[in-house]
Design a protein around this ligand. Structure first.
Ligand SMILES: [Zn+2]
Ligand SMILES: [Zn+2]
Length: 276
């Protein structure tokens, strides 16, 4: 079993810290980890985020990020592989429709096994940052519709291998009042046509919404469309690696999945689920 969404950013880039993630993975019965640091940890990715610089609301966020070099990250993951840790080299990249060119040229520059595409921002609003940031004054229907539009563009961008936390817009439990089934189905069809994978992520279990990403009904539709899946915790600490992966697999099986996938050199491989 894999855990394909892990962040190292809360600790130093050294082998000791990386090994703590693998120790927990092994305890959980995980056999391969994918490390997917946020692109906004790295100064090389500043051009992708430059439009946020003008926003006073994001100033403190910007100051806390972009302090690391991606070369140090890649060197650490390489050292981890040399030390025998079965890990894949990933990245979680924010998608901004107006920054496709910058994202493309940066992703081309490095050798990743796979790249997660994520939407955490609608315009300059970081909607998953806090339940009291932006949500109380916004119309949930509009937020969901705006999110779906950006997700469609991301799926069509040909930049990524896996779309992360498909319905993270639900993170704080705000729900659209309108029925958006048609829009979600349209998004899934684009994902299927683009040959992208999605995550089954237990991160939502640790958030106010308290449910796996994506919702079971979306996962059933995704299974019908043969959209491949990875299993993901979105761990930001060693402790969360492999968090409740059995629940994710059980949900995927109930949705109709018999396989999950892994990546190497941005090529996908499919694997049968283990029996639980
Ligand atoms: Zn994310
Ligand atoms: Zn993440």
């Amino acid at each position: 079993m894999i855990d394909y969404h892990i962040h190292l950013e809360r600790g130093p880039y050294n082998l000791e810290w990386l090994k703590q993630f693998w120790v927990q993975a092994e305890l959980q019965g995980i056999t391969e980890i994918g490390i997917t640091e946020h692109a906004h940890e790295f100064r090389e990715f500043v051009p992708v985020y430059e439009h946020l610089w003008e926003e006073p609301s994001s100033a403190s966020w910007i100051q806390r990020h972009f302090h690391r070099s991606i070369d140090d990250y890649l060197a650490l993951l390489n050292a981890g592989q040399q030390a025998g840790i079965p890990l894949k080299v990933g990245l979680e990249a924010d998608y901004f429709p107006k920054r496709e060119g910058e994202i493309r040229s940066l992703l081309r520059r490095y050798d990743f096994d796979y790249v997660l595409g994520s939407v955490h921002f609608l315009g300059d609003w970081s909607f998953d940052w806090g339940s009291d940031l932006g949500w109380p004054e916004r119309d949930a229907d509009e937020a969901y519709l705006a999110y779906l539009i950006v997700m469609e563009k991301m799926a069509q961008s040909n930049l990524f291998d896996v779309l992360a936390h498909l319905d993270v817009i639900k993170v704080f439990g705000y729900r659209a009042q309108r029925n958006l089934d048609g829009q979600w189905m349209a998004l899934l069809q684009i994902i299927a046509e683009a040959g992208l994978a999605i995550e089954v992520s237990t991160a939502g279990l640790r958030k106010p919404v308290g449910e796996i990403y994506p919702h079971f009904s979306l996962l059933k539709d995704a299974a019908r469309l043969n959209i491949p899946i990875t299993i993901a915790s979105d761990a930001h600490t060693p402790f969360d690696v492999g968090d409740r992966w059995q629940e994710a697999v059980a949900l995927a099986k109930r949705a109709g999945y018999a396989h999950y996938c892994s990546f190497k050199g941005r090529q996908r491989a499919d694997h049968q689920f283990p029996s639980l």
